[in-house]
Design a protein around this ligand. Structure first.
Ligand SMILES: NC(=O)C1=CN([C@@H]2O[C@H](COP(=O)(O)OP(=O)(O)OC[C@H]3O[C@@H](n4cnc5c(N)ncnc54)[C@H](OP(=O)(O)O)[C@@H]3O)[C@@H](O)[C@H]2O)C=CC1
Ligand SMILES: Cc1cn([C@H]2C[C@H](O)[C@@H](COP(=O)(O)OP(=O)(O)O[C@H]3O[C@@H](C)C(=O)[C@@H](O)[C@H]3O)O2)c(=O)[nH]c1=O
Length: 295
């Protein structure tokens, strides 16, 4: 039995679909019915369900994006920094293993040697480096709270996308934003992400932190080129002249744009497609929510 926290969310729903496909027994939890943010309640839930593993896909993200966290500070801190500590404590008390969905947004840019960030690199977009959004700071704190936790996976998701049009899907966002920021990012195909996380548990890979991103990185311009080639040939994109202009016009807080190294995950035998292959596959199998935009 697996306990799934945050099952009503964007990432939690993807976990739920995959667990269904794999016919793995799980119990989906929502705060609407059970307050899993309370340690004693969570301990009771783990004992009653006889769960052997817990997946934490709960957390605060901000709608429509992380700008909202700048005003919802307490909720963001609760969901992303306090809750992981509560879950750690409940899992330690009951002796079960678990996995936590974190984010690659605790980094910005590339390593000083030009390579992508590895799991051993300290966050450089956090409250400690004093250059981050409130959201990223809280996600980095959440990882600190879990430092040296035993029987724990930290899975870093990064700007999710797949073939399902959604306000949370990176590809949908790029189609709908009025103007785009040119940036280079490693990104995660959502379905591959949840599959890799579940495999970590099923295949008993060593506990620890994993960058669960597709292999490589991609620039915003390259993604728009792929959208033109595979989905919307007529679509024209407008770009901000600079990050300063993006900050003045479209954002309240700086964004993490970063390149990550997923070799630790690949070394376990779990496969992730290249970023470009995963994007092309999503665009070719695109399931639109509304009539395509072509401006
Ligand atoms: N979407 C993204 O772009 C990325 C997300 N992540 C991380 O993945 C996790 C899930 O994100 P996502 O599914 O997109 O988020 P959603 O907002 O779609 O869902 C999160 C779910 O978490 C539960 N929750 C528990 N505590 C809180 C809280 N304090 N504030 C808000 N929600 C809470 C809610 O479920 P209920 O109330 O039903 O229990 C909610 O439905 C988060 O930890 C996020 O940081 C990481 C990288 C990228
Ligand atoms: C608002 C905006 C963003 N962007 C760019 C900036 C960035 O590179 C990319 C995504 O920015 P957004 O503001 O849409 O999303 P943001 O809320 O920054 O996305 C993040 O969500 C949280 C939950 C995470 O953990 C991150 O990994 C990431 O997925 O889009 C534009 O190009 N134009 C715009 O108008």
């Amino acid at each position: 039995m697996i306990l799934l926290l945050g099952s009503t969310g964007y990432v939690g729903s993807a976990f739920q679909s995959r667990l269904d496909e794999l016919a793995l027994p799980y119990q989906a939890l929502s705060r609407k019915h059970t307050d899993y943010t309370n340690r004693d309640t969570l301990i009771g839930l783990i004992r009653e369900s006889n769960a052997r593993f817990l997946i934490n896909s709960a957390g605060y993200t901000g709608k429509p994006n992380v700008d909202a966290a700048e005003t919802d500070k307490a909720e963001c801190l609760d969901g992303n920094a306090v809750l992981p500590g509560t879950i750690r404590s409940a899992c330690e008390a009951t002796g079960i293993a678990w996995g936590h969905v974190s984010s690659g947004c605790i980094y910005t840019g590339r390593r000083t040697d030009g390579a992508g960030f590895r799991e051993s690199d300290p966050p450089n977009f956090s409250f400690r480096t004093n250059n981050c959004s409130w959201y990223s700071g809280c996600k980095a704190l959440g990882e600190e709270v879990l430092a040296d936790a035993e029987n724990t996976f930290i899975w870093r998701l990064r700007i999710p996308f797949n073939n399902h049009d959604s306000p949370r899907n990176y590809l949908s966002k790029l189609v709908r934003y009025d103007r785009l920021l040119e940036a280079e990012n490693s990104i995660s195909h959502l379905d591959e992400f949840v599959d890799a996380c579940i495999r970590c548990w099923q295949q008993r890979v060593p506990f620890g932190t994993y960058n669960v991103t597709n292999t490589g990185s991609v620039t915003t311009r390259k993604v728009t080129q792929l959208i033109r080639e595979h989905l919307l040939p007529e679509k024209v994109y407008d770009f901000f002249a600079s990050e300063d202009e993006f900050m003045q016009v479209a954002a309240k807080t700086p964004r993490s744009n970063c390149v990550m190294d997923n070799r630790k995950l690949l070394s376990t035998g779990i496969e992730m497609r290249s970023v470009e292959d995963a994007i092309i596959d999503s665009l070719r199998n695109w399931q639109s929510k509304q009539v395509s935009t072509s401006s």
